[in-house]
Design a protein. Structure first.
Ligand code: ZN
Length: 324
């Protein structure tokens, strides 16, 4: 990261925090008295595999930051969960839903990556004795200024569901490249696919269910959130997912996929288009604004989160191509 990037990042953080303070004062009065109406409804996608689907929105107090998915597999030796949702209250609700399906305890949580919307529920799983697994690069996130500032902002943005008692939780087991977790004779093949969406991206494949948990590498029915992703590494990770040849893919956001190839293709085409449309301008040091205006977004304009994410995605790819 060069000086300019750091400055841009700092600027984005301060705008973010300031923005959240302004927004929060207006919505806090509303949410503090509003009742808790968020419900999680597990969807079964394979004999022993379920997931809950986050809303295609930006996180807010009203949605308790329920914008990402979490999945779980019931085995004779306990339940393995993938991702912990975006607030402790959501994690509690997920644990409640799991109890309705099986008397088995949650024994493990695998974190696809350390982004706020996937990890703020971790402490609830820790409380019930689950072991947490994540890729080793997650340690850098946990000790970063980004993580601290994000949490401070989230306590405002998602009040009262994320508060001073919400903590960042470290993994119990840090995975380097590959690891197989076996619970109740069911194998969970965990492999590193980052740096892509995040430096610590993991995917989890369960061969006996033919289900693959793809984290935020495959997006369905909405504009992907690219953030500070490594778009080149991401394209390689999509190939790795395709090679596993799963019957079902559970993405980090959006509906599950029984046509993984189609959804992988959508994400791949979007990333490729971002790279194509931004690269000439980035290399020639042409202004971002011009390149963005000139690009044809008609294929993506109608999709959820286009307004919220597309411009930032394009800008991040523009910056990352310059860094390459
Ligand atoms: Zn996410």
């Amino acid at each position: 990261m060069n000086l300019r990037d750091i400055r841009i990042q700092l600027m984005m953080y301060s705008i973010g925090i300031l923005g959240s303070l302004i927004v929060s004062t207006s919505i806090f009065a509303e949410t503090s008295k509003s009742t808790d109406s968020m419900q999680l409804n597990p969807i079964q996608v394979a004999p022993h595999t379920y997931f809950v689907q986050g809303l295609p929105e930006m996180g807010s107090s009203a949605n308790q930051n329920f914008i990402s998915n979490a999945g779980f597999v019931v085995t004779p030796g306990g339940v393995v969960v993938v991702d912990a949702l975006g607030s402790p209250i959501l994690a509690k609700k997920l644990i409640g839903e799991i109890k309705k399906i099986t008397p088995q305890k949650v024994v493990a949580v695998i974190v696809s990556h350390y982004h706020a919307d996937h990890i703020y529920g971790l402490q609830e799983f820790k409380k019930i004795g689950a072991k947490i697994y994540a890729q080793g690069e997650g340690r850098n996130y946990l000790s970063s200024e980004t993580a601290k500032l994000r949490l401070i902002a989230s306590r405002v943005d998602f009040a009262p569901w994320v508060d001073v008692n919400t903590k960042l939780i470290s993994a119990d087991v840090w995975i380097d490249q590959k690891s197989t977790l076996t619970v109740g004779r069911v194998d969970f093949l965990i492999s590193r696919v980052g740096p892509a969406h995040a430096p610590e991206d993991l995917m989890v494949y369960v061969p006996s269910e033919k289900v693959l948990f793809a984290g935020d590498l495959v997006f369905r029915g909405r504009i992907p959130f690219v953030g500070h992703a490594d778009s080149k590494g991401w394209l390689a990770a999509l190939d790795a997912i395709e090679q596993a040849n799963p019957s079902v893919v559970i993405p980090g956001h959006g509906g599950f996929s029984i046509k993984p190839t189609e959804d992988i293709t959508f994400t791949r085409d979007y990333l490729k288009y971002l790279r194509e449309s931004m690269s000439r301008a980035a290399i020639n040091l042409d202004p971002f604004e011009e390149a963005y205006q000139q690009a044809d977004w008609s294929e993506y304009e109608g999709m959820p989160l286009f307004r919220a994410a597309n411009r930032m995605n394009a800008y991040n790819v523009y910056l990352s191509i310059q860094a390459e």
